[in-house]
Ligand binder design. Structure first.
Ligand code: CA
Length: 517
């Protein structure tokens, strides 16, 4: 990375030696006529995080960032221009039938020994970073009653059980009025089932249903499953109430208290860093995401993998255009083929809705300097670091191995977060350039800003400022190590993230590609 460093002089970042566009990093951007140290002169006003071309680009010429083509010039672009979306023709998505499969597999990094955190060991062998009572639901009909009960549980019961961090209602919009036998219904159903098994919930099963709904409690909880404890009465249906609302609340509180007592007995113990299951995501991205925050996550991801942990990355529409860079890194051709299968499934899913991958980018992304989904993807996959990809999970599937895992999810923040919780993550990290107060109730969420300006504006929402990489105050390596240690401290409960501090969280949002009736 070529970084021109002087606090107030015009500065840009070039990520790859082949790049013919660079990104302006000055807070206020640079005006037309600005001369950079190496003689490049801008002919337009260029805002921060937007692109300038360092050479004349002819009509039809490739615009190159991250060493890859992000578009073709629709007209000649003279050197020093502000390079924007409307000047570019987007390359077509890489065809799925001619991808390099497992051709360039990175070797294993030197093992990192001796790193630990303080976690809650579960009966099924997983480890929680928090000790939370989760209450599963089979249908949206029960949400109002359960939310009422949870408020009382939090106020009246939780203070009696100080080792329990929280109580969370796993409410959702599925369960009835849905085509429950449709081909793709397994996705929301297994998601509800696996959410209840998240390591941060301690294996205490409790399901609240209505009674007449399509999704039945037995479909989300199974006897003989070591990940949930069904030894106590584990289900309550509101329609069994003979004495109205108050009886429902009393029943739910009684069932909850049995579990709170058990959860309160648990103590943290020292476990190896390999028990961490980190889910990575980005949202509200800008052109800095791929320069600062995502490369830092990638560095920290490589460290975690060297320590033997599980690291998941996701967001199909944000890897689709760079898929050739991932299939080549797959540990085996089988893993590469699973990646291709997930891309193909999603291409068909989007086609059914007469949409394509270009539907991903938002107005905010574009204002932040991301021209199109190709550029966004290249910046997004940087999160996955430089390690081999060891496995692939379908949406809602639970992870059952260590290593670097592609967990196939939509890019939508809350849907991706929900599916990573179902996959079993016990810690979440989220990078943002434009800024979002996004959070999750079942897992700590580490928020990383791509720009220092955002970290200064939102000091009480951003946990780590990766913008320091752009200003030369920290290297990717520095930030990577800082994140690695921060992950372990948060996992241990020694540090709390801002979203935990305020209990900010988004709703559980299931991915339901099947019809609603
Ligand atoms: Ca996202």
């Amino acid at each position: 990375m070529n970084l021109i460093q002087h606090a107030d002089s015009p500065r840009y970042i070039r990520l790859h030696e082949r790049d013919n566009v660079v990104v302006v990093v000055n807070d206020q951007g640079v005006p037309a006529g600005t001369e950079f140290d190496n003689g490049l002169v801008t002919i337009d006003n260029v805002p921060q995080s937007h692109k300038v071309n360092t050479v004349d680009i002819p009509e039809g010429g490739a615009v190159i960032r991250y060493g890859q083509t992000i578009g073709y010039a629709l007209q000649p672009i003279p050197r020093g221009s502000w390079v924007k979306e409307d000047q570019l023709r987007m390359p077509s998505a890489p065809p799925l039938d001619s991808l390099p499969l497992s051709t360039d597999v990175p070797g294993r990094g030197e093992p990192l020994e001796g790193f630990t955190f303080e976690g809650y060991r579960n009966a099924d062998g997983t480890v929680g970073t928090r000790n939370i009572l989760g209450i599963t639901t089979t249908v949206q009909c029960v949400t109002g009653v359960l939310d009422f009960a949870v408020k009382r549980i939090r106020e009246e019961l939780l203070p009696k059980y100080p080792s329990v961090d929280d109580v969370v209602a796993i409410t959702h919009t599925y369960g009835c009025g849905v085509a429950i036998t449709a081909k793709d219904a397994y996705i929301p159903i297994r998601t509800v089932r696996n959410l209840a098994r998240n390591p941060n919930l301690g294996g205490e099963a409790l399901v609240i249903g209505l009674g007449c709904e399509k999704l039945q409690a037995e479909q989300v909880m199974h006897q003989n499953d070591p990940s949930v404890d069904l030894s106590d009465e584990w289900m309550y249906r509101l329609q069994d109430s003979k004495h109205g609302f108050n009886e429902m609340i009393e029943q739910i509180m009684e069932l909850a208290e049995v579990r709170l007592k058990k959860l309160d007995q648990r103590r943290r113990e020292t476990v190896p860093a390999s028990e961490l299951i980190l889910g990575m995501q980005c949202g509200g991205s800008d052109a800095f995401s791929g320069i600062t925050a995502n490369p830092a996550l990638g560095y920290a991801s490589d460290l975690l993998l060297r320590a033997g942990a599980t690291v998941m990355f996701s967001e199909v529409t944000e890897v689709r255009d760079a898929i050739y860079l991932l299939t080549s890194r797959a540990e085996t051709t089988e893993v590469a083929e699973e990646l291709v299968r997930e891309m193909d499934w999603y291409d068909r899913y989007l086609a059914k809705g007469e949409a394509d991958r270009s539907a991903n980018t938002t107005p905010g992304n574009k204002k932040g300097g991301l021209s199109n989904i190709v550029e966004k993807s290249l910046g997004s996959i940087v999160k996955s670091g430089n390690s081999a990809i060891n496995g692939v999970l379908g949406p809602g599937e639970r992870v059952n191995r260590k290593g670097l895992i592609f967990c196939a999810t939509p890019a939508s923040d809350f849907v991706c977060g929900t599916l990573q919780l179902a996959a079993g993550m016990n810690l979440h990290v989220f990078t943002t350039g434009r800024g979002t107060p996004y959070g999750l109730a079942m897992s700590p969420v580490v928020k990383v800003s791509t720009r220092t300006e955002l970290a200064h504006r939102w000091p009480d929402l951003i946990d780590i400022d990766a913008g320091r990489i752009a200003t030369g105050r920290a290297s990717i390596e520095d930030l990577g190590w800082e994140l690695f240690h921060f992950y372990l401290d948060v996992a241990s409960g020694k540090k709390k993230t801002w979203t935990e501090h305020y209990r900010l969280h988004n709703d559980i949002t299931l991915f339901n590609p099947a019809p609603i009736t």
